[in-house]
Design a binder for this molecule. Structure first.
Ligand code: GLP
Length: 256
């Protein structure tokens, strides 16, 4: 639990940098990271670029897999996740283009595109660390309420709440209704998961995540079953939690 968005971003970026550096990635044994878009990771990307610029980390032997992409939105569209990633991260670091993996929402055969992605993840040896955010309704990647807890990368129909919340980015017209997304099973297969949750509007999602039961309405709850999962949050996001839950995690933090 960090005081605010900035300290949460700083902590998360430092954690990722440390993970990469300790792993000592090489061309033969790259560090594989799953990445999200959205406002939550922006501060983390900014900080990681700073670390790169000051020579503290290199992404030369890092392989990335993005979580999701809208269906039917060309790469050059300024709301595509492809555009977002290059604009906010990839253009500013030394990552090799061939190490960047993103779902193509304009592929001729979307089913094959999803299968290709799953195979590629296996080919590189699986994901070492999956970074993610969460929707206000508790979804991770685009695993909307009702998603199968065993789902793999697939086409997903976006729910009304997500479409509504995205409409501001599309001037309320032609808001995408479908997306390609890694599945909950895909995320669960990663060796480590790190979710960042910031702001009061995410407080209910954090409450379900920590105090709720595992269910497919709040898909983030599945992470309770993950063997190595960290939830990084700010104080605002904890406002729906029980005092004893907050105290429990604060104490853990002190000890570790
Ligand atoms: C979208 C993305 C998610 C992201 C969520 C929250 O649904 N597919 O990966 O976590 O939005 O976005 P934000 O961080 O902007 O609140």
């Amino acid at each position: 639990i960090k005081n605010n968005y900035d300290t949460l971003s700083l902590w998360t970026a430092y954690y990722i940098m440390t993970r990469i550096n300790r792993y000592c990635p090489t061309k033969e044994k790259p560090f594989v990271i799953g990445l999200p878009t959205g406002s939550s990771p922006l501060g983390v990307y900014k900080k990681l670029v700073e670390y790169y610029n000051s020579g503290k980390v290199s992404f030369e032997n890092v392989v990335t897999f993005n979580m999701d992409e809208y269906v039917g939105l060309p790469k050059q569209h300024n709301q595509s996740y492809y555009y977002f990633m290059y604009e906010n991260f990839f253009n500013h670091i030394d990552i090799l283009t061939e190490n960047i993996n993103m779902l193509d929402g304009c592929a001729n055969n979307l089913k094959h595109e999803c299968e290709r992605y799953e195979k590629k993840i296996i080919q590189v040896g699986g994901i070492d660390l999956f970074l993610g955010g969460v929707g206000t309704d508790g979804h991770i990647a685009f695993n909307e309420p009702g998603s199968s807890l065993a789902s793999r990368t697939r086409i997903k129909t976006l729910c009304e709440e997500t479409i509504k919340s995205n409409s501001r980015f599309f001037d309320n017209i032609n808001v995408p209704r479908f997306a390609l997304t890694v599945g909950l099973g895909t995320i669960m297969d990663s060796r480590e998961v790190l979710i960042i949750i910031s702001g009061f509007h995410k407080a209910h999602a954090l409450k379900e995540c920590l105090e709720g039961n595992v269910n497919n309405t709040w898909t983030i709850t599945l992470l309770q079953h993950h063997k190595q999962c960290i939830i990084g949050c700010d104080k605002e996001a904890t406002r729906e939690l029980k005092v004893k839950t907050v105290d429990y995690f604060k104490n853990l933090q002190k000890i570790t």
